[in-house]
Design a protein around this ligand. Structure first.
Ligand code: PMP
Length: 393
């Protein structure tokens, strides 16, 4: 029988390059302390920024929704799949984001595919930061728009590309709000000013910014005070909000258009009632508890300065995403394995997620980590850093 010899060869190549990563199976709930293979790890790799995955109100909302509606949603949204709980979630998200309307999708990834493939046509130009998330890249690939890429956060290049794009029907500038591999923040005020000068639309993916940036965690627009000046805000319900799903927030024209045109919306079954209800509860918890966001930032700042004081290279990080940049994939994997042996789980991120020589162990600090957790992690990182020659002994 024919087999996947070509694929097997590629897998063997991944092994020789230190890029083969079997899935690790966890036996405990999301949290700072998690068990895998019977061993407990202090964990710094979850996107559960505010600890909402296990919040009582969020869990209770899911259970009650299952009791009331059952587990499935029965159809796509446009047939019998739109429940009152979906509508309530969308109204809440629009209020949370300060937009006229919002539309929920099965994931943040899907939200990007849906929005980009719907908004952009063959006569349009899309201008994208080179470090934008894969779901943005994939969404753009689905369109016939002319794609232009600017060097990471280079406003000079962005301006040049905007100037060259005057003849297109629409110009859409797309950026992550917080970049997921480096933890730096997009210069949104500059992007918005340039977009306004060159009559372009602004599209921000706030997957790692919602629940994180802004005094009350509303994201990039709140952080920079740019209400009414960003045309598309993408969010995920799977990171700080702790559940699963994604959404697009913007004008009622945008949302009405997506509702009629976005293929992932039209052709995929609605998120389950339990997901919609628990997401709604999670947004309400966040709105009630802005102190969670403050705790997250206190922890992130403590950890970043602790790492820098030890002598680690934390790259451009300015958020709870803190990379320790190491270099080639094999050295990066070795460092992550050494930490795991010592009881600290911090995922290694290597090519193609980042450039070949920019392999890193990415730490994600959450509001749930205690000071003691952070100090334990710093001690462990110091030991591994010295053992691997990343820090002087
Ligand atoms: N956009 C960005 C910037 C992300 O980091 C992610 C998650 N990796 C997504 C979109 C996709 O979100 P989700 O996991 O909800 O599909």
């Amino acid at each position: 029988m024919a087999d996947f010899r070509v694929l097997a060869d590629e897998l063997a190549q991944l092994r020789t390059e230190g890029r083969y990563r079997p899935l690790r199976v966890w036996e405990s709930p999301q949290g700072v302390s998690m068990m895998s293979g019977g061993k407990t790890y202090l964990q710094f790799s979850s996107n559960n920024y505010l600890g909402l995955t296990g919040h009582d109100d969020v869990k209770r909302a899911a259970v009650q929704a299952i009791e009331r509606y059952g587990v499935g949603s029965g159809s796509v949204r446009t047939i019998v799949g739109t429940l009152d709980v979906h509508a309530a979630l969308e109204a809440e998200l629009a209020r949370f984001k300060g937009t006229e309307a919002a539309l929920v999708f099965q994931s943040g990834y899907t939200a990007n595919l849906a929005a980009l493939s719907s908004i952009l046509g063959a006569d349009d130009a899309v201008i994208s930061d080179e470090l934008n998330h894969a779901s943005i890249i994939d969404g753009i690939r689905l369109t016939k728009a002319t794609r232009k890429v600017y060097a990471h956060k280079s406003m000079e290049q962005l301006e040049k590309l905007l100037r060259e794009s005057a003849s297109f029907r629409q110009r859409v500038v797309v950026t992550d709000g917080v970049f997921s591999m480096d933890g730096d923040i997009a210069p949104l005020p500059d992007i918005v000013a340039l977009a306004e000068r060159y009559d372009a639309l602004v599209y921000v993916d706030d997957a790692h910014a919602s629940g994180v940036l802004g005094r009350s965690g509303k994201g990039s627009v709140e952080h920079f005070g740019l209400y009414g000046r960003v045309h598309v805000q993408i969010g995920t319900l799977s990171k700080a909000l702790g559940v699963t799903g994604g959404y697009v927030a913007g004008s009622s024209t945008l949302i009405d258009y997506l509702l009629h045109k976005a293929r992932p919306f039209l052709f995929s079954t609605a998120p389950t009632p339990a997901v919609a209800a628990s997401c709604l509860a999670a947004v309400q918890v966040l709105e009630r508890c802005p102190q969670l966001v403050r705790r997250l930032w206190d922890n992130a700042d403590y950890m970043r300065s602790g790492l820098q004081a030890l002598g680690f290279d934390t790259g451009a990080s300015e958020t709870p995403i803190i990379p320790i940049v190491i270099g080639d994939p094999a050295a990066t994997a070795r460092f992550s394995d050494l930490l795991a042996e010592d009881g600290l789980f911090a995922q290694s991120i290597v090519f193609p997620m980042v450039a070949w020589d920019k392999g890193r162990v990415r730490l994600i600090v959450t509001a749930e980590h205690s000071r003691q957790d952070l100090d334990l992690a710093l001690a462990c990182l110091e030991r591994a850093g010295k053992a691997e020659g990343l820090l002087s002994a």
